[in-house]
Design a protein around this ligand. Structure first.
Ligand SMILES: C[S@@+](CC[C@H](N)C(=O)[O-])C[C@H]1O[C@@H](n2cnc3c(N)ncnc32)[C@H](O)[C@@H]1O
Length: 270
């Protein structure tokens, strides 16, 4: 049995809290695992399956995964020079590294030491989260990073939009986990910016059409989203389950309960 690995980054909308439910939804057998909205990759790292395909439109995130697959030891060595204090943080935040190892270290460092552990950028695509001033920060779990690197070496890592990725790579019997930016329940919902581009209702409709196409192709599909009535309408002919989930909303680990849906195109045991 392979280890269940942990994500390298904390990610808004990360699925760590939902892992037990998601695992129970898995089909008994499937071919490859595809995750086109990979983000922090909680489920992907947990299942630790070779020959998977992951992708995200966030370029910095994808560069990070590629660099971890190639140079994990260099990243570990360089990160030891990083300091958890305010001046160091703001210097790194405004810096624009030009080599891939420094870029990877910068992404891990900012994610660990910034407020809420969030990745968020402004309209110009600049990281804009302030310093957390949290004394108990562990920048890296070396053992986990080395195992993550091994897994990533056996993974196809792409920087494509989900539709391009799936049209090109999805095949019959592949398991595809779709975790797009959620459709807000109301206009007052938290706003989460992962990239300069946003994911609107029109994008959710396009995704639902592709879900139908992949279903016809014979793929196993698991999709998560908010319990918004529009989302429920889009997937009404498939299996929809609603869950109460706890979300980590800040670095002190305060929890808030929310609801998520899991849609599958096949019967599950839950
Ligand atoms: C809810 S998060 C995924 C979280 C992930 N499952 C985890 O456990 O951390 C959604 C991700 O979709 C990415 N994204 C947004 N639009 C996209 C698109 N058109 N194609 C691919 N990825 C996209 C965002 O950059 C973000 O990382």
């Amino acid at each position: 049995m392979k280890d269940n690995l942990k994500p390298i980054l904390k990610w808004a909308g990360g699925k760590r809290q939902m892992l037990p439910e998601l695992i129970k939804c898995f089909p008994k057998k499937f071919n490859r695992y595809l995750e086109p909205f990979i983000g922090g990759g909680a489920l992907f790292f947990f299942i630790n399956k070779n020959n998977s395909i992951i992708s995200d439109t966030n370029k910095e995130l994808i560069n990070l995964y590629k660099e971890i697959s190639k140079n994990p030891k260099k990243i570990i060595k360089n990160l030891k020079k990083y300091k958890n204090n305010k001046d160091f943080f703001y210097n790194i935040r405004k810096s624009v590294p030009n080599n891939l190892t420094d870029k990877a270290c910068r992404a891990i460092y900012l994610n660990r030491t910034c407020f809420n552990g969030l990745y968020r950028v402004n309209k110009k695509g600049e990281f804009n989260v302030p310093f957390a001033n949290n004394k108990n920060v562990r920048l890296i779990d070396e053992n986990n990073l080395l195992k993550v690197s091994k897994l990533l070496k056996k993974t196809k890592i792409l920087n494509l939009s989900y539709d391009l990725l799936l049209k090109k790579y999805a095949k019959k019997n592949d398991l595809i986990f779709l975790d797009p930016p959620y459709l807000p329940i109301s206009k007052y919902s938290d706003f989460k910016r992962y990239t300069k581009e946003q994911f609107y209702l029109g994008d959710h409709k396009k995704l639902a059409n592709l879900f139908e196409e992949l279903h016809k192709k014979g793929c196993y599909l698991i999709l998560t989203n908010s319990t918004s009535s529009e989302v429920i309408k889009l997937y009404k002919k498939f299996n929809i389950k609603i869950f109460n989930t706890k979300r980590n909303i800040n670095s002190k680990g305060n929890l808030r309960t929310g609801k998520d849906i899991i849609v599958t195109n096949y019967e599950t045991s839950i």
